[in-house]
Design a protein around this ligand. Sequence first.
Ligand code: CUA
Length: 350
Amino acid sequence: MQVSVPFAPDQASTYSGEVDALYGFLWALTIGVGAVLTILIIYFAVKYRRRTEDEIPKAVEGSLKLEVVWTVIPFFIAMGIFTWGASIYYKRYSPPSEALDVYVVAKQWMWKFQHLDGQREINELHIPVGRKIKLTMTTEDVIHSLFVPAFRLKMDVVPGKYSSIWFQPTEAGRYHLFCAEYCGTSHSGMIGWIDVMEPSEYQSWLSGGSGEALAASGEKLFQQLGCVTCHRSDGQGRGPILEGLFGKEAALQGGQKVTADEAYVRESILNPKAKVVEGYQPIMPTFQGLVTEEQLLQLVAYVKSIGKTQTGTNPAGASPSPPNKMGAAAVPTGPPQTGRSGGAEAKKPR
Ligand code: CUA
């Protein structure tokens, strides 16, 4: 579905063709309808022109048939455009689980990128061609908007929450990155590059990095901040076990459920009382102001990594809920296997 739009940016992601096709259709429709209307206006102006000074035109009755036709056809065209656009929208805002995670923190006036392996970049992002990439984005100050025209990718980055979007680059190359939301004096300078590399090049680029893996930084923080004293992997802590939590459903007080995603982890750190896990007391203090957005992302990456570890080592998957449902003082019957392997995982890097 490669539609080539002249004067449009490169097509460098799987979305590019889809977005351009929709955009091309809107152009064609606009030009088509505009042309038909223009021709009709000219034709009617000539055909029904006034022929004599005292001519009185015949009265025109309405036509139900015509009115139905010009109501029903545009209705279906409009709904078709809506469905078409919505399908693209839903696809791009529902990241696949196998996507490569990249964390983005915007601030006046720069883009900071963190890779899972620990590489950090400013105003430049290196990614491998052909891989699905998921961006989890937030900002330290005002609203920004990440815009990469060649990928047909644009997403607002809003203070106090995570925005996520995913894409899949199809062509290696260097593509412009812009901020597309006016954010102050140097808004126009908040630009950068996305470097899409061949997988082998990307591997060597990755190995050149010296940073500590994001989850490892997160684990250090987890201990420094004392989280580990309550969120113990053996289930004896005053807080819920976090091993195996990520991506699962957590049962909350009041019978609600929540999917443990990035936003939930973030909220639970900054506003722990917002969603209290069933069987636990709302005793956790807030960490608002104690951790930066970047540190929050490290903590999220850590919780995510121990979530994955669990599902990986325990495919039969002692059902997702036990660790969450279990009260602090509950007898350690069900979850021990979860606890044990989680504990082993957690101890290894120390
Ligand atoms: Cu950031 Cu405009």
